[in-house]
Design a binder for this molecule. Sequence first.
Ligand SMILES: [Zn+2]
Length: 86
Amino acid sequence: MPHPPHSVEWFELMMKRNPHQAAMTAQIIKLAGTDEVCSICGDAGSKVYVVVSDPELTIRLCDDCKRIQKEQSGLSVNPYPSQGRS
Ligand SMILES: [Zn+2]
């Protein structure tokens, strides 16, 4: 089971995979005052996903960032296992 986004373990993993994104996300969470926000833009309406190409890695994305990441980076994600309900 991958670590949930924005946990201590998640930041340790993200620092290895993408230190730039890890630093940005740390800043976003600090500004938002909660870690239940999109990992990329800080939007509150976000869901937790698992990265298809790197199943150890989770990410919290709003619908906009999910679409943009797919279009720009080809990032495919699946819903996080614990959020199976719709
Ligand atoms: Zn976003």
